[in-house]
Design a protein around this ligand. Structure first.
Ligand code: PRX
Length: 665
């Protein structure tokens, strides 16, 4: 049966930047045939201290390992500053009084507004303080903060002085944070006393202390300065937090930032100078620092924000993502501010104090553009329509989704119940590595099919490869790859260019490998099928199976572990761990062992990596060469053991039966 098609509603089409499929197709064709003209025209609304070189120098690349190392650059020769374009440009144009952030705290009633001028003042004060501490161009800064306006302000302050920031999601554990700090050797760590998330208090400063203690013990690194924002609204006061300040290292934000001048000259940086690193999980090893540079990322974030959300100056935008993820970078901090948007900055969770919070906030601010993840949609869907329908939601024009495949049922609920079947839904496929939307509908142009990310954004040329690496023509299914660079693409893995080449360019020479599978239908629409590598997408967050396995074997009772994804009705996928215990322990062991193992993973990575199931495995299915057959484990985890396939290559076929017997024990 052909998938249902929903046309963009008339009120969305009218006045849209791209108001027909034909116009999208024209613009798309031009973006591929004339990248310099296409991107140059969009980029000219921003401030450039020095214009880019034209002709062959504008954009250079090698995408094919057969022809040498991978490299790419855009807007060569240009100089600009992302912070200037996000903040100063708007103040200069007379928009200093315009609201940048409507901050909505975790608890109902906690709310502040920050204008562009106020943001500029705050950013300059932070930047001046950083400079006074010796932080300058090319230096690293690690940020571990909750969703308060000070978080994007610190990101912008770094960009202002050319420092390279790395935001670590303030839900990662001390050990994870330590790993990320040690990888980037920052001159400063910026954190916060505490945060209240839903009903829970989390003492962030204490976690930073623990992380730095780990590094101190390992004598890996000395962090000269920790700047701590006293977040009074968290309910945990500066004096009550358990962490004791480390003399000479820790400084309270409120003691030093207010004294700084609100003028801070911008450091002009080159188009390819680094802007930020963001750590993300892959199929092997520890998380890698995805490096994004200045001009290409800036233009990618701004252009997608403009076209995919069909942004107009009267819009009120709200992206629920945390700045600890790429979505919060591109669609909280950069895309919206670059375009001078007014947006909601939300500290809380969609279900606190009840499942109507999102729609209450939408009504309060008149949100027109709303962007969230399928897992949030499914959570709210399970709570019942009454939480939605008791709020008006009449301001909503476009609803976006990101992070994982959205099941058609959740799509329809979002469209029909939240959007009253009178909105465009944009299902945006992209990645930390891509920096900005890659495959997505344009709200005024693209007919929607529930569950499909639809068509490529400007400048993006996807392809589907079969098992042999040949391109699939027309409808078909296989590995999703991209055939040429786009401006906001990552440039390298920080400090490890060979890993960048190996991860993304060695599988299929001449293509960027996304790690996703996809299907293309008869209309050229893409349907993302999920990861084809050893990455689990839990509630839209990437967790490497290798990371969870290494956390588990870090426990003294665990001899071996194998982790696979299993479908989950709310989270999309959940973590399912097969665990072999040390010799001599009987199966099933005492219940406390399971608890300890789960705690071990939470400690090593964070609560987002909590395994849903620990399945005791006296033996794991392995080939004769000792390779774990994950295919078999996936089938057992999803209770599809009738479809185990060929198990004749197993070194010991008997292990499967033992595993089945131990299920649920
Ligand atoms: O598998 C895809 C899935 O999320 C992965 C990227 O994860 P991350 O780098 O953490 O970035 C998430 C936010 C951009 C992709 O490889 N993914 C992301 N968006 C979608 C998606 N899968 C299906 N549909 C989407 N819209």
């Amino acid at each position: 049966m052909a998938a249902a098609v929903h046309q963009p509603p008339e009120h969305v089409v009218k006045g849209a930047h791209v108001d027909s499929l034909a116009k999208y197709k024209d613009m798309y064709a031009r973006s591929l045939s004339d990248p310099e003209g296409f991107w140059g025209e969009f980029a000219s609304q921003f401030h450039w201290n020095k214009k880019w070189s034209t002709g062959a120098d504008f954009h250079k690349y090698n995408f094919d390992l057969n022809k040498g190392g991978i490299s790419l650059s855009w807007f060569n020769g240009a100089e600009t500053n992302v912070c200037y374009n996000c903040v100063d440009r708007h103040v200069k144009e007379g928009n200093g009084d315009r609201v940048a952030f409507f901050w909505e705290g975790n608890d109902v009633g906690q709310a502040t507004t920050t204008t562009y001028k106020e943001l500029q003042d705050m950013v300059c004060q932070i930047a001046n303080y950083m400079k006074s501490q010796g932080v300058g161009k090319g230096d690293d800064v690690t940020i571990y903060m909750p969703m308060v306006p000070e978080l994007p302000a610190v990101m912008l302050a770094c960009a202002r002085i050319g420092a390279v920031f790395s935001v670590v999601f303030a839900g990662f554990s001390a050990e994870s944070l330590a790993g990320r700090i040690s990888d980037s050797s920052p001159k400063m760590v910026v954190t916060c006393s505490a945060v209240k998330r839903g009903p829970k208090h989390i003492e962030l400063k204490k976690i930073v202390d623990e992380a730095l203690q780990i590094l101190d013990n390992e004598e890996e690194l000395h962090i000269p300065r920790v700047l701590v924002y006293d977040h009074k609204a968290s309910g945990v006061s500066r004096d009550a937090i358990q962490a004791s300040p480390v003399e000479g290292r820790d400084v309270w934000w409120q003691d030093v930032i207010g004294d700084q001048s609100t003028d801070c000259e911008v450091t002009w940086v080159g188009a390819e100078d680094p802007l930020f690193k963001l750590y993300t999980s892959g199929s092997t090893g520890k998380p890698k620092g995805v490096l994004h540079t200045t001009a290409g990322y800036m233009i990618g974030a701004a252009a997608t924000f403009n076209y995919v959300f069909d942004y107009k100056p009267d819009d009120i935008f709200w992206c629920t993502a945390d700045c600890g993820w790429i979505t919060g970078h591109s669609y909280v901090t950069f895309g919206p501010l670059l375009m001078g948007a007014k947006q909601v900055l939300f500290e809380g969770v969609p279900t606190y104090p009840d499942a109507g919070r999102c729609w209450e906030v939408c009504d309060k601010y008149g949100v027109t553009l709303f962007y969230t993840a399928p897992t949030a949609i499914r959570t709210l869907m399970a709570c019942g329509e009454q939480h939605v329908t008791k709020h008006k939601r009449t301001s909503l024009r476009i609803l976006g989704t990101v992070g994982e495949p959205i099941n058609p049922e959740a799509w329809r609920w979002y469209y029909e119940v939240v959007g009253n079947s009178n909105v465009s839904v944009v299902d945006t496929w992209w990645q930390t590595e891509t920096g900005a939307h890659m495959i997505t509908p344009l709200p005024g142009a693209t007919p929607m099919k529930p569950g499909s990310a639809t068509l490529p954004f400007f400048g993006v040329e996807p392809a589907i490869l079969d098992d042999k690496g040949n391109e699939v023509e027309g409808p078909g299914q296989g590995y999703l790859v991209i055939k040429r660079p786009w401006p906001s693409m990552m440039r390298t893995v920080a400090g490890d260019h060979p890993r960048f080449e190996q991860t993304y360019f060695s599988h299929y020479k001449g293509y960027y490998f996304t790690g996703d599978g996809a299907r293309r239908d008869e209309d050229g629409y893409y349907w993302i099928l999920g990861r084809v590598d050893d990455v689990i997408n839990v509630s839209g967050h990437r967790i490497g199976t290798a990371e969870v396995e290494s956390a588990l074997v870090g426990h003294h009772l665990c001899a071996e572990a194998a982790v696979v994804p299993v479908d989950h009705p709310i989270k999309g996928q959940a973590i399912y761990a097969f665990v072999t215990l040390m010799n001599g322990i009987e199966y099933p062991p005492d219940e406390s062992v399971r608890k300890e193992l789960v705690a071990q993973v939470r400690k090593a990575i964070g609560p987002i990596a909590t395994p849903d199931v620990i399945h005791w495995a006296p033996g794991l299915p392995k080939t004769r060469s000792g390779k774990i057959m994950r295919r078999v484990l996936r089938k057992i985890a999803s209770k599809e053991e009738d479809q185990l396939g060929d198990t004749s290559t197993l070194a010991d076929p008997g292990v499967v039966q033992v595993l089945l017997e131990l299920r649920g024990k």
